[in-house]
Design a protein around this ligand. Structure first.
Ligand SMILES: *Cc1c(COP(=O)(O)O)cnc(C)c1O
Length: 425
């Protein structure tokens, strides 16, 4: 494709699809509405076909037949086992990733653990591009710990790009923890996690990356970067299903130093000894709390298979081609209609979703969903997010979606929708 210069017509999309090394992975998914272009895999991934069969087997064979014996036949070990699978996607060696709780809850657990491990340091450094739920969790943790910490929010360089120099300047000997989204939820800005981690460590601070919009979309190398802590979501690019349990990473070097704030029996050294006093399990296990949602966890485990088979290098290569192609079409077709780009042009700094902005973005997004069979999502104030999942989105999807977005505007279809917003955008 490097020797195929961009052309605006549909033939070019067909050539790119013909040359796409990941095209066969599309067959791992089903498309019950063939005309629908799904561009929200960064919010809720499509289920691989294997998932339905796995859930049926879980219910009919394991739950109905094995009953409580299922815990010894694979359920009890599932948080660690599936954690090891995810570890392959985030550059982590064994014994450092487990599946547990939700992203927000894991963030809370690790933030409290980190702050308590750095007594005397009073600052948390984050940024204004971070996912608001993450900031709420930080604010709640500060209050819980007595209100003696300060949350320092470094503004983005603008509302698209992070300000790495500003972050570096904000990190000092008062900083207990630096926590950021590796890929920012709105603009898709991708931080240089290795550099920021090194900067934080030079100041003696701990680092926690939220990988929710990064895992399964961009290469992550937690061990090589020396990251202390990470959390991430499994229902976005990992296709794990709505509300699928999240994962957390604690570097081996930090596991004994950090204490989990929620002491449940799954984090106890010997849960089935039923001793009356808590003793932490060694290693990563003391960050577990309690019975995992097995149906959801096993569905997610099955969903990981195509991604593990594709490998993050090929996924990233196709992701960059998809987003670059989208931006080239954007410049040609959408910029003249009043859209501006809400994502980085530098591919090195870009995740796998592209935000396009328009003053009528909310109503254009409604028209796309209601009558043009395109499913992106909307993020206030004016961003339509177009998520490109390399396993199942094609270059033809990108071409056709751009044509439909053009029609939504040129044919003034968006004017039929109220300005009032639905509860979930
Ligand atoms: C999606 C996402 C979450 C998800 O939070 P839940 O606890 O699963 O509701 C958290 N943080 C970031 C950065 C996200 O993108």
């Amino acid at each position: 494709m490097e020797n195929m210069p961009f052309e605006p017509g549909p033939d070019y999309a067909r050539q790119l699809d013909a040359a796409d090394e990941l095209a066969p992975f599309r067959d791992a998914f089903s498309f019950p509405q063939p005309n629908l272009i799904y561009l929200d895999g960064n919010s809720l991934g499509r289920p691989p076909r294997a998932v339905a069969g796995r859930v049926r087997r879980m219910v009919e064979e394991e739950w109905e037949r094995d009953l409580v014996r299922g815990w010894n036949a694979g359920w009890f070990a599932a948080p660690a086992r599936v954690g090891e699978a995810i570890a392959h996607l985030v550059g982590a060696g064994p014994g450092q990733v487990v599946v547990s709780d939700s992203t927000s809850v894991n963030l809370f657990k690790l933030v409290v653990a980190a702050l308590q491990a750095r007594p005397g340091r009073t600052r948390i450094v984050s940024d204004t591009l971070n996912f608001p739920s993450d900031l709420y969790v930080l604010q709640g943790a500060i209050r819980l710990l007595g209100g003696t910490h300060e949350l320092v929010l470094v503004p983005g360089a603008d509302d698209v790009h992070g300000d790495e120099a500003g972050l570096a300047a904000a990190i000092d000997e008062r900083t207990a923890l630096v926590t950021l989204s590796h890929v920012c939820f709105k603009s898709g800005y991708l931080y240089d996690a290795a550099r920021i981690t090194a900067r934080a460590h030079a100041a003696g601070a701990l680092v926690l990356w939220d990988l929710s919009h990064a895992v399964g979309a961009v290469p992550v190398a937690l061990d090589p970067w020396g990251v202390d802590l990470a959390v991430g979501c499994t229902y976005k690019y990992l296709n794990g299903g709505p509300g699928a349990p999240a994962f957390l990473y604690v570097n081996t070097a930090r596991q004994e130093e950090l204490a989990a704030p929620i002491w449940g029996w799954f984090g106890q050294r010997e849960p089935f000894a039923f001793g009356l006093d808590y003793e932490p399990a060694p290693g990563i296990a003391h960050f577990l709390v309690s019975s995992p949602p097995i149906l959801s966890l096993l569905a997610m485990e099955a969903a990981l298979e195509p991604l593990l088979a594709a490998g993050m290098e090929r996924v990233r290569r196709k992701s960059l081609r998809l987003t670059s192609y989208l931006i080239a079409l954007f410049d040609q077709v959408l910029a003249p209609l009043g859209f501006t780009l809400g994502s980085p042009r530098d591919p090195e700094r870009r995740g796998s979703h592209v935000a396009i902005r328009h003053p009528e973005g909310y109503r254009i997004n409604r028209a796309l969903i209601e009558e043009l069979d395109v499913l992106p999502d909307f993020r206030t104030p004016d961003n339509i997010r177009l998520g490109l999942a390399p396993l199942y989105n094609s270059f033809g999807d990108v071409y056709e979606a751009v044509q439909r977005i053009r029609r939504a505007v040129e044919e003034e279809r968006y004017l039929r929708y109220p300005l009032e917003r639905l509860a979930v955008t």
